[in-house]
Design a protein around this ligand. Structure first.
Ligand code: NDP
Length: 502
């Protein structure tokens, strides 16, 4: 991807200012993209408004046929897509493929289930209005703005985009400044499958371009990124009363019970904490382990973590930090943990290089330190001993964030999972909820709100439209000035019989 193709799906008119997308492993320029202005963003949204009408008019079948075409292109050109992801994020090809495969599953699920979830459904009209036929249908919102991050540049935005499209909306997508090439690849593939109208458009640039999208005439904003930017987006969207979905990262805990399969728990911890260089919103950042198995568990984690290496060679398990500024955050969290009595059993202060961060396993870290409280978004993990699982739940829940969590327990998995204040929990396997397209995904507290994926994800991009159709004249006419005292008395008796007995 050393040359930039003529834009087909991006906000068409030429932009004077451009920016380069770099390979974070080499600093090689892998693409140059326009910095779209507020006017260009507004023009893209105006075009999307037109396209949305056409897309809506196709109905579920017409949209499904075209979404399946898009899915076919994504699946057939998987290798090409993974290469673009690898170039812009530095992640190993296998990791790029994993996120792309899961994203394709979401496109497939949203396409297959849109009619069932959003199509017209009958509702009971109740006894008093039994002369009515009641239905609800979920109509598209119109134009959805999607602001995506760089850590999973295919999986994360498509978790919103594919559901918004399947629900009948047009989408204007602003990818992160670190991964514009992936955004362009996805939008171009869509334009190939749906050449008739600009149903999925791309706008590129920095935060200001995203901010312009938030202020534009869109019907919803779906954002993934930091809590701080999420708050800014919500404040800007409030000007037009534009609803927002905020997916703002986490500080995800793993709970390891005394009866847990410790090998599986250690494996999940190491993969969950270090894969993708820890740049995963549902990555493992904290572990709470029952005191009876703590030492054995820690030994298993250390033994595995020592074999994991960051780098861009064939034997390396994860790549560089995609966003250079993140190196300082990781450095600060490790330094704070060590300064406050924590010990690094693997890695430590000198693991943070210029691009790569080697794995760090921290123990004895105070619960009020940065590494326990703030999102690190790097390949580090803290492990703490607890006397029982109630303490583990209390400590896990003592966080401003609440995105994902994982429980390893043979007997109490479901019970512990239900007690955790997070949007989703995996039991006895790492992050499994993220791969199940039918499950809603979203946060609590500083992790945000709203749900993508599954039926809830489709409804998030639709508005409920209720219709009550009179089938025959009501025997008891209540909404008329011709209402009689006899009717009123009858209704009073009827309600007393129906509801007054308990
Ligand atoms: P941001 O939240 O700043 O950026 C996320 C997206 O929002 C990007 O596309 C960004 O554009 C855009 N954006 C930035 N400012 C605005 C604005 N005012 N209005 C509208 N859109 C805006 O996150 P960063 O990428 O800077 O990462 C910072 C931290 O966020 C990380 O350290 C990590 O902790 C967390 N994070 C969490 C993610 C998650 O999965 N939940 C994903 C990414 C980051 P641009 O990139 O062009 O600035």
């Amino acid at each position: 991807m050393t040359t930039v193709q003529a834009p087909r799906s991006d906000a068409a008119s030429a932009s004077a200012e451009t920016f380069d997308s770099l390979n974070p492993a080499t600093d090689e320029v892998v693409g140059t993209y326009p910095v779209h202005t507020a006017e260009q963003v507004e023009a893209a949204v105006a075009r999307a408004r037109e396209a949305a009408r056409w897309w809506d008019s196709l109905g579920f079948d017409g949209r499904a046929e075209r979404l399946r075409r898009w899915k076919g292109i994504l699946a057939r050109r998987l290798t090409d897509l993974c290469e673009v992801v690898r170039q812009e994020t530095g992640k190993p090809r296998g990791d790029a493929q994993l996120e792309a495969v899961l994203a394709i599953e979401h496109v497939a699920w949203a396409t297959r289930n849109a009619r069932k979830v959003l199509g017209r459904q009958r509702r009971s009209p109740g006894l008093l209005l039994s002369n009515q036929a009641a239905t609800v249908e979920y109509q598209p919102l119109g134009v959805v703005g999607v602001i995506g991050p760089w850590n999973y540049p295919v999986y994360t935005p498509l978790g919103s985009i594919s559901y918004a499209l399947a629900a009948g909306n047009a989408v204007v997508f602003k990818p992160s400044e670190y991964t514009p090439g992936v955004g362009k690849w996805l939008a171009d593939a869509f334009a190939e499958a749906v050449p008739e109208q600009p149903v999925l458009q791309l706008v590129t640039g920095f935060g200001a371009t995203g901010a312009a999208l938030t202020r534009a005439d869109v019907d919803k904003i779906a954002f993934t990124g930091s809590t701080a930017t999420g708050k800014k987006i919500m404040a800007a969207a409030a000007e037009r009363l534009t609803p927002v979905i905020i997916e703002a990262g986490g500080k995800d805990p793993v709970l390891v019970d005394a009866d847990a399969d410790l090998d599986a728990a250690a494996e999940a911890t190491v993969w969950g904490a270090f894969s993708n260089s820890g740049q995963t919103c549902i990555g493992v950042e904290r572990v709470y382990v029952h005191e009876r198995v703590h030492d054995e568990f820690v030994a298993k984690v250390v033994e595995r973590a020592e074999r994991v290496r960051a780098g861009s060679g064939p034997g390396d398990q994860y790549g560089p930090m995609t966003m250079p500024a993140q190196l300082d955050v990781v450095r600060r969290h490790i330094a704070d943990a060590l300064a406050r009595g924590g010990r690094a059993l693997v890695g430590g202060a000198d693991t943070v290089g210029d691009r790569y961060v080697q794995p760090t396993v921290l123990v004895d870290v105070p619960e009020d330190s940065l590494a326990v409280r703030e999102e690190t978004f790097g390949p580090t993990v803290t492990i703490a001993k607890v006397t029982d699982m109630d303490e583990a739940v209390a400590k896990a829940n003592d966080s401003a964030y609440g995105l994902g969590s994982t429980v390893f327990s043979k007997r109490r998995g479901l019970e512990l999972a239900r007690k955790l204040r997070t949007g989703q929990t995996a039991i006895n396997a790492p992050l499994s909820f993220a791969g199940i397209a039918s499950l809603p995904f979203g946060g609590v507290g500083d992790s945000g709100f709203g749900r993508i994926h599954g039926p809830e994800g489709l409804r998030e991009f639709a508005r409920a439209k209720s219709i009550a159709r009179q089938r025959f004249t009501p025997p008891l006419a209540l909404t008329t000035f011709a209402r009689t005292a006899k009717t009123e008395a009858l209704v009073g008796k009827l309600i007393a019989r129906l509801h007054g007995r308990s």
